[in-house]
Design a protein around this ligand. Sequence first.
Ligand code: ADP
Length: 356
Amino acid sequence: MSSHQSPFQSPQSQPSPPDSPNPIRQQEVTQLLKQVIEPTLKNDIISLGMVRNLRIVDDYVYLRLYVGSHQHQLQTEIQTALSPLSWCKKTYIQLCTIPGVKIAIAVSSGKGGVGKSTTSVNLAAALQLTGAKVGLLDADVYGPNVPQMLGLGKSEVQVIDTPQGKRFLPLESYGIKVMSVGLLAEPNHPLAWRGPVLHKIITQFINEVEWGELDYLLIDLPPGTGDAQITIVQESPICGVILVTTPQQVAVSDVRRSVHMFRQVGVPVLGIIENMSYFIYQNGEQTSIFGSGGGQKLAEELQAPLLGQIPIDPRICAGGDLGEPLTFSEPNSPVGEIFRQIAGAINKTFLSDFFY
Ligand code: ADP
């Protein structure tokens, strides 16, 4: 992918508005909201999935605005955009942000073991190498191995008092702020959260970490696209999801399902990263062990950009075990270069006003 190409893709289909007692007003409001443009992404706030839970009750408009800490001005712009509505007595906007966090991106996969956490860690490393302030939230309750991958093994998490209540203090590794559900589990009592409690805990968790100022927060989700994953994504101020897959057919069909599900709930799919795409021999030759072209075909079919294809590299595994991501230890390796390219494209799309 060229770095000029935006990894950002608007959702193909908008979520159908909830049953509204007045669909005409609902449509009228949606049309006006579509005139509010996010200046960096140059797209409207409806297509970007920033407006959720839009409801019109009597002559009042209620909505939630999911944005980054640098996008609060959109609130005023919405009020101005809706001011021509003669029937509207007042617009109530609930601003949903993670304090101090500009861009939150979820990393997801249809199933476990495809390299989702490896991708989260190396992408965080690549973004950090561009000079961005990066946080990584490991919300993978089934395999919270991000701390291990960043050399934070069994570190203790501190809780501090803030004016807003108790907050978890993130750990730090290579300049990346890290918090993991794994660090909260008691030894020998792996996280037994299931179903409905799971999403509540994680959503609450996302908001209870004292991140400070961050350009990016990557959220490593639990694998799968059950209700819990969807709700976490839907109820968090994330600007979209990156999906990780492998070329194997089963994983690929999982991703297809994921893309449809995220779009159905109005969460943009930023793109697909195909992991373990090929193997590079010492002489530089490449071979596709699991078959080739799957990622590209899928990206075309789903109209979601293929952000990168990561080769199989035993050093990724070793780096994970040693707690030193390959993108940090060998930024010029093929793996490091691909992650840095993806990071560059993400910067260009989301923070071009800050970096260029
Ligand atoms: P997930 O988060 O999807 O469950 P992980 O990131 O934990 O998957 O990766 C599973 C295993 O595969 C780990 O041991 C990791 O080191 C290894 N792995 C992931 N990606 C690669 C790759 N491109 N090359 C070699 N090993 C990899």
